[in-house]
Design a protein around this ligand. Structure first.
Ligand SMILES: N[C@@H](CCC(=O)N[C@@H](CS)C(=O)NCC(=O)O)C(=O)O
Length: 266
């Protein structure tokens, strides 16, 4: 068996941004080493972060990918590199530009997801910025999730319904799968409320999960579970309240007996 040509460097223990790269490599069936999850891998990653190595910039932050002497950082750039080499994007330039734009939009969304639990500082614990996190998340679930996912839904619709770019799975479809399942983990109530507005995106999520190599990956131990150290964290206090229909009849009676609501939402 040939030695893997790619080394992926990403924080061990979380899916994080590394997951967008893992999904692409797994779907393409390209062997890779997840370096920091191996013995002494963290030391190797820190060394590259501090001093760089080989060709390419010294990376600012994981994930980064190493192929021989070449080191590439930034999730969207890594995917733009892998795409044409492994059948993860159509061959023409226009499609590749589209894919890159969509991937960068997904990266913007991912940064906003991160800021729901760390609105003030990455260096502070969630517990030290809970109040701000609640304020930030409120706007995120009410306005930003519908805007971003509504956008992806529209792009799917314009492109025939099944794929975000071209007429086959691309790395963008894989990334869209990841943000949908991530948001469903982190904000189940907000996503339940939005479900009927994003039928194409939900179908895409299911189709990606069914691809044989992705299904095998998701069932393997290489796929780390979502957890509260990653980007998509489930903190119920940051989600919308559960939908009305699951509210108990006692709670309903109680809320009916309150004074009538003013127009302003609290
Ligand atoms: N835009 C970059 C963001 C990279 C990034 O923020 N990586 C996180 C882990 S997911 C990190 O280690 N950040 C360290 C820091 O920002 O100080 C990408 O998409 O790859």
């Amino acid at each position: 068996v040939a030695a893997p040509i790619y080394e992926l460097y990403y924080w061990p223990g979380i899916q994080g941004r590394g997951e967008f790269v893992r999904l692409a490599l797994e779907y393409a069936g390209v062997p890779y080493v997840d370096v920091a999850r191996r013995p002494r891998g963290m030391a190797a990653m820190m060394k590259l972060l501090e001093r760089g190595g080989g060709a390419g910039l010294v990376p600012f932050a994981p994930p980064f990918l190493k192929r021989g002497d070449l080191v590439i950082a930034q999730t969207a750039t890594i995917l733009a590199y892998l795409g044409p080499r492994h059948g993860l994007v159509p061959r023409d330039e226009v499609s590749q530009l589209r894919a890159q734009q969509l991937q960068l939009t997904i990266a913007d969304l991912v940064a906003e997801v991160h800021d729901t639990h760390h609105p003030i500082a990455v260096s502070l614990y969630y517990e030290d910025q809970k109040r701000e996190a609640r304020k930030r998340s409120r706007v995120f679930v009410e306005e930003r999730i519908p805007k971003y996912l509504g956008y992806l839904e529209r792009v799917l619709d314009h492109n025939g319904g099944a794929h975000l770019v071209g007429d086959a799975f691309s790395y963008v479809d894989l990334s869209a799968f990841q943000v949908v399942v991530g948001l469903e983990y982190a904000f189940p109530n907000a996503m339940a409320r939005l479900a009927r507005k994003i039928p194409l995106l939900r179908r895409l999520r299911d189709q990606v999960a069914r691809q044989p190599r992705i299904a095998a990956y998701l069932a393997s131990e290489r796929r780390l579970p979502f957890n509260e150290q990653g980007i998509f964290r489930h903190y119920p206090e940051l989600d919308l309240r559960p939908p009305r229909r699951v509210v108990s009849s006692r709670a309903r009676t109680r809320s009916r007996s309150r004074r009538p609501r003013s127009g302003k939402r609290t």
